[in-house]
Write a protein that binds this ligand. Structure first.
Ligand SMILES: Cc1ncc(C[n+]2csc(CCOP(=O)(O)OP(=O)(O)O)c2C)c(N)n1
Ligand SMILES: [Mg+2]
Length: 397
């Protein structure tokens, strides 16, 4: 095993709400809505137990943190607060609009997982690449894509960041280093390795952070990508956002190995679990991995132990988990953790935080107006952006 292998002790458990939504329509929605019988039985008790532990672990961790020296400054905490509030308010609004059928197709919300992105953005540099699956609204928001362009994309309007042709699952914004938005589970893993290859080839000093869900680690392509990334020491940070479920199926039902970070060890890849309800922990782990990547030491694999408060997609009634389980995680909410530190250290007052929240809500409201007023793409757009341009591959001069 590599010397740099990190084996942290944290064993934050994972698991998941009740979304009242319309009846399932597509095959994916039906699969979510009707989990196999034993799905409802076995994991629920287990997950509730885990959520309870998670909640008490959270209290202990908070105490410990309060006793520790402040590791991050006011500016960082205020940025985290603002960035995570924007993700949450934007998605709360997207959820409402989906209910009103203003937004159509699929829509997977990130609510609960915000720290996974905020902590990584603060630890990385401009020019680093971000790639993820279809739960992809938060990443570009945190990187600086305007809420207008993201909301317009959700509305399938031509002013959207993917010209209205991608929708919720295919956000894309090259300017901020966000390389999608991918609907094929695990498909972005080899793409992430490829992006890192390009950075290395072009000697940019930049890296790629490649997010995936716990369901994606069972894809064969992950193992091929891990092997090549290690062999070529590519500057890539692989992240599994272990939110406990792939659609309605718990990790416990699909994997003998539930500490997913250990999968990286088979490749001698420095791998560690991270309590991703704590944005500080996310930042620190990503910063360590980035340092290795920029030093030419190659990839890392981080297991972000996190949780989605909402169902898999907007059509998921989430019957496979209990209210208690969801509540256990809400008690450890990453935004509330940051708010508590800000107030405790008097970085801002309640009123000042409320003013930030009001400003964010106004920006989100404006994005809805922008999206509503924007036109749909013209029919000719169907034939645009179908093939890449002739000078592919892009990494050559
Ligand atoms: C190759 C492939 N198989 C199946 C699906 C259907 N599908 C969509 S999302 C999903 C679950 C993935 O869960 P996970 O990777 O844990 O991500 P999360 O939704 O929890 O963020 C599945 C099976 C797909 N999109 N692609
Ligand atoms: Mg998952």
């Amino acid at each position: 095993m590599a010397d740099t292998k990190v084996k942290a002790a944290s064993k934050a458990s994972n698991s998941a709400s009740k979304a009242k939504t319309k009846a399932p329509q597509t095959a994916e929605e039906q699969q979510v809505a009707t989990p196999p019988q034993d799905d409802a039985a076995q994991p629920v008790a287990e997950q509730a137990k885990q959520a309870k532990t998670a909640s008490s672990n959270g209290k202990a961790a908070k105490k410990q943190r309060a006793a520790a020296e402040p590791a991050f400054d006011k500016e960082t905490y205020m940025k985290w607060f603002e960035s995570m509030m924007l993700m949450r308010r934007f998605e709360e609004k997207a959820g409402q609009l989906y209910g009103q059928q203003k937004i159509k197709g699929f829509c997977h919300l990130y609510i609960g997982q915000e720290a996974c992105v905020a902590g990584a953005v603060s630890a990385l540099e401009k020019g680093d690449k971000f790639i993820t699956a279809y739960r992809d609204h938060a990443h570009p928001l945190a990187l600086g894509t305007s809420p207008n362009a993201l909301m317009a994309e959700l509305f399938a309007k031509e002013t959207g960041c993917s010209k209205g042709k991608g929708g919720s699952m295919h956000m894309f914004d090259k300017e901020v280093g966000f390389v999608g938005g991918h609907g094929i589970v695990g498909g972005q893993v080899p793409l992430g390795a490829g992006l890192a290859f390009a950075e290395k080839y072009n000697k940019t000093g930049k890296l790629c952070i490649c997010y995936m869900g716990d369901g994606a680690v069972r894809q064969g392509a992950l193992h091929e990508a891990f092997n090549m990334a290690m062999l070529w020491k590519l500057p890539v940070i692989f992240v599994v956002e272990n939110n406990g479920y792939a659609m309605g199926t718990s990790v416990q039902r699909t994997s003998n190995v539930t500490d997913l970070y250990t999968i990286g060890e088979a490749y001698d890849m420095p791998s560690e679990p991270v309590d991703a309800m704590q944005v500080e922990d996310v930042h620190n782990a990503v910063a360590r991995a980035a340092e290795r990547a920029r030093a030419g030491e190659g990839p890392s694999f981080l297991e972000f132990k996190t949780y989605r408060y909402k169902g898999h997609s907007m059509s998921d009634p989430a019957k496979y988990r209990t209210k208690e389980e969801v509540e256990g995680y809400r008690q450890r909410d990453s935004i509330e953790n940051v708010r508590a530190v800000i107030l405790e250290r008097q970085y801002a007052t309640e009123d000042e935080l409320q003013a930030i929240d009001d400003r964010i809500k106004a920006a989100v409201a404006e994005s809805v107006e922008f999206a509503e007023k924007s036109p749909f793409p013209p029919a000719e757009e169907l034939y645009q952006d179908v093939y890449v341009q002739a000078d592919y591959p892009f990494i050559r001069e």
